[in-house]
Design a binder for this molecule. Structure first.
Ligand code: G3P
Ligand code: CA
Length: 363
């Protein structure tokens, strides 16, 4: 074999051995995992327009055409999976008047019947009078079953479920319960795959819960949510908010960053090792606000994650200025409280306005 030819063969062999040859584009990764790209993830439903995690919020997100209904799962005292973000019910229900002496207790201290007696809508009308609707008053805390009913309820719209185990250390076995529910509802096949025509993503901030989700549902797409600080990515600085001099929490979070590249990469590597299809990093928002956190979607971070053939779904972005910023940085989907706005940004606007959808649904 002539030397020149031999070198070419060696070079070709080396190229074949290179990980770059096996790199897929994020769009290919998403397609293989049956995940829309870029994805519209309706954060607690259409929670800018209606009380979060309620029927009004999820119906609106579904009918607008969101790809996923996002929810934070917790478990009642009598073992029912429900959607609630906070660790207690004070912010989003009337628990302070209904059960004043128990108002700070966690979800696990209440039966489903007790939670169903709460008003999970009136707080929104008081907090956002410009978006208030009389029929939001009296909305209930929802079970996972009820959210599945909503996801299945419109013949033209089939949103997926994007489910977080919220504070899973408080709910031992919640990963198993979730698998049983998805099986019971026909969202998982007997072989443990997401059923045809359904879309499911599992998400968690906690490494042990990701491991349990991987054990229970190895064939279901999973995302590890990213944060900087205690129990998450090691921070460069441990100065607490009170001593930071930052004008508000958003400014404080915007200053926070991983200790170094390795600290960030370690979390992505862990997610990959558990078979996760991606990460869910936070974003620092242009105009701040309560959901403005650390900037974990810097291009080098997204490139690192993509280099592992993993996706990046950023939380929680509502403003077109920030949609552009995070998309330019390379993300593959966005958690948003404003599904209608994100659908418009992606060039696939809803057929009806938010107001029309809410009215059609009886609000
Ligand atoms: O689950 C992704 C995003 O929802 C994370 O933030 O606190 O709203 O659950 P959080
Ligand atoms: Ca969440």
């Amino acid at each position: 074999m002539p030397r020149r030819f031999s070198l070419a063969v060696v070079a070709a062999s080396l190229a074949l051995a290179s990980p770059l040859v096996h790199a897929q584009t994020p769009a290919q990764v998403a397609k293989a995992a049956n995940i829309p790209h870029p994805a519209v993830i309706a954060h607690r439903g259409a929670s800018f327009d209606a009380p979060e995690s309620t029927r009004a919020s999820y119906l609106t997100a579904r009918d607008l055409g969101a790809d996923y209904l996002e929810m934070d799962l917790q478990r009642t005292k009598d073992g029912v999976l429900i959607a609630l973000h906070d660790e207690n019910l004070t912010r989003t229900t009337d628990i302070a008047t209904r059960y004043p002496e128990r108002k700070d207790q966690p979800v696990s201290a209440f039966t489903l019947a007790e939670l169903k007696a709460l008003d999970a809508g009136s707080w929104f009308n008081a907090a956002y009078p410009e978006r208030a609707r009389p029929k939001f008053a009296g909305l209930q805390v929802l079970t996972l079953d009820e959210i599945i009913d909503i996801a299945e309820g419109n013949p033209q719209r089939h949103p997926g479920l994007y489910m977080e185990t919220k504070v899973p250390s408080l709910f031992p076995g919640i990963e198993h319960d979730l698998k049983l529910k998805l099986q019971q509802r026909g969202w998982l096949t007997a072989g443990g795959e997401v059923a045809p025509g359904k879309h499911v993503v599992l998400q968690t901030f906690e490494k042990p819960s990701l491991q349990l989700l991987a054990k229970e549902m190895p064939k279901v797409p999973k995302i590890l949510l990213l944060w900087v600080g205690d129990g998450s990515i090691e921070a460069k600085s441990n100065v607490p908010f009170a001593q930071s001099g930052a004008k508000d929490k958003a400014a404080y979070y915007a200053q926070q960053q991983p200790k170094d590249k390795a600290a960030f990469e370690q979390w992505v590597d862990f997610a990959k090792a558990q078979g996760a299809i991606g990460t869910g990093p936070s974003a620092a928002l242009t105009h701040g606000g309560e959901q403005s956190y650390m900037d974990l979607v810097q291009p080098w971070m997204n490139q690192y994650t993509h280099g592992k053939n993993m996706l990046v779904h950023v939380y929680t972005v509502d403003d077109p200025v920030d949609y552009k910023k995070v998309m330019d940085a390379g993300v593959d989907g966005i958690f948003t409280n404003r599904a209608a706005e994100l659908l418009k940004f992606y060039g696939r606007p809803a057929k009806a306005t938010v107001a029309q959808v809410l009215e059609q649904e009886g609000y």
